[in-house]
Design a binder for this molecule. Structure first.
Ligand code: PMP
Length: 407
């Protein structure tokens, strides 16, 4: 079923050769963070060995080199998500930072008392809490699109929730807990029919599914470098130029200004208006290499391979007595969450760890979603481009062993 040479791919990731508790590492926690290929690790080393300097400031050689390397990433991101303009790509700390930027800045400009912000029942805390903070300060109301038991959005309810009070829809493309792929094109179209902009949380999508922001006509897109085989500490906010120009700065400081006096400050042009202070330069530089890496395999191929692995894992896990998958949507990507009887997910996670298997257990920063299902948490296995059928077999064996020990 391999659509690319998985064993040569695995060789690109040095950490995958690790032993954990005396067993070969099986890394199935890619939803939390992905491992890094050697070329990304080398890029960070190279940056500090021969490029290190501050960006966008100095006239000197190293500053130019660092700035050029940093700006290469913006260009590659533009191509990767097909934004119309390079300055529509704002480099942030990550998805959380990107969503907070929009909640704060868009919220400041466009949200008033009595307005509504629409999210869904499957959002990550980072796409809930920033809006709650905004609602509290502006006396606005947060509304939630419900889901069915399979973990699919209730699109009828969504249509009914759209009205003239709604000023923004902020929603995940892929659920980090359920794996559900939301019908994002329809979601955007329905909102746009009523002139409502849409922010899409692509933290769990950008590494699995090709995204074309112009084809989607999405207004804002947020994602993190560390979940797409790049470094931590860098992420992206894509925003349509018309919105970014209409929004006030998020943070004040160096780099985001044109002129400062004690009487008045004028702000820099996009994208710098939203990039105050020294960024995480080495992470920004290295992210370009993660993009190159993904492109060298091809997201279409990655998506197809991961889908087959997901189907295989689903079938194998369902063979385990009493195992219930949380999230059985028709369209799913790369995530399997499950519970087994009344065994606590944490206990399963601890036994899997002893066997060298890395999964995540708990609420996955989606407590309201856990409440919707009436469970404290799940065991979550999340797939990356380097996982194999053997990884899944080891997981299934490990879960069976855990069940035998805990029952
Ligand atoms: N949204 C989703 C759907 C996520 O899965 C995550 C990370 N688990 C985030 C937002 C937050 O990403 P980060 O912690 O990289 O800012």
């Amino acid at each position: 079923m391999t659509h690319y040479d998985i064993y040569s791919i695995r060789n690109d990731f040095p950490i995958l050769k690790s032993m954990v508790n005396g067993k070969p590492l099986v890394y199935l926690d890619n939803g939390a963070s992905t491992q890094k290929p050697q070329l990304v690790i080398d890029a960070i080393n190279h940056y500090y060995s021969s490029q290190n300097s501050n960006v966008h400031r100095g006239v000197h050689y190293l500053s130019q080199i660092a700035t050029d390397a940093y700006e290469v990433t913006r260009r590659k991101l533009k191509a990767f998500i097909n934004s119309k303009e390079e300055h529509e790509i704002i480099l942030t700390k990550g998805t959380t930072d990107s969503i907070n930027l929009v909640a704060s800045s868009f919220g400041n400009a466009f949200i008033n008392e009595g307005d509504e912000i629409l999210i869904s029942a499957m959002e990550h805390h980072s796409n809930i809490v920033p809006w709650q903070i905004l609602c509290e300060s502006k006396k606005a109301n947060l509304k939630v699109i419900p889901i069915n038991d399979a973990g699919e959005l209730d699109m009828d309810a969504y249509s009914k929730l759209l009205n003239e009070r709604v000023k923004i829809v902020s929603i995940t493309y892929v659920s980090n807990t359920l794996g559900t792929i939301n019908p994002i094109k329809d979601i955007i179209r329905l909102a746009h029919d009523q002139n409502i902009p849409v922010l899409v949380d692509a933290a769990q999508t950008i590494q699995h599914i090709p995204i074309d922001v112009q084809a989607l006509d999405v207004d804002f897109l947020a994602f993190s470098g560390h979940k797409m085989y790049g470094p931590t500490g860098v992420g992206v906010l894509y925003g349509k130029e018309k919105w970014l120009n209409a929004m006030p700065p998020y943070q004040g400081g160096g780099d985001m200004i044109k002129d400062v006096s004690f009487e008045k400050t004028t702000y820099n042009d996009l994208p710098f208006k939203f990039e105050a202070g020294t960024p995480n330069i080495e992470a920004g530089v290295a992210l370009a290499f993660a993009i190159d890496y993904i492109n060298s395999i091809g997201l279409d191929k990655i998506a197809q391979y991961e889908h087959e692995l997901l189907c295989y894992a689903t079938d194998e896990l369902l063979d385990i007595n009493g195992l219930r998958i949380i999230g059985t949507a028709k369209e799913k990507s790369s995530v399997i969450s499950f519970v087994i009887g009344d065994i606590h997910p944490y206990d399963i996670g601890v036994i899997l760890d002893k066997l060298g298997i890395a999964v995540r257990t708990g609420h996955h920063c989606t407590q309201p979603l856990m409440a919707r299902y009436g469970i404290p948490g799940t065991v979550r296995a999340s797939i990356g481009l380097y996982n194999t059928k053997e990884d899944i077999d080891t997981l299934v064996k490990g879960v069976k062993k855990a069940v035998a020990m805990l029952s």
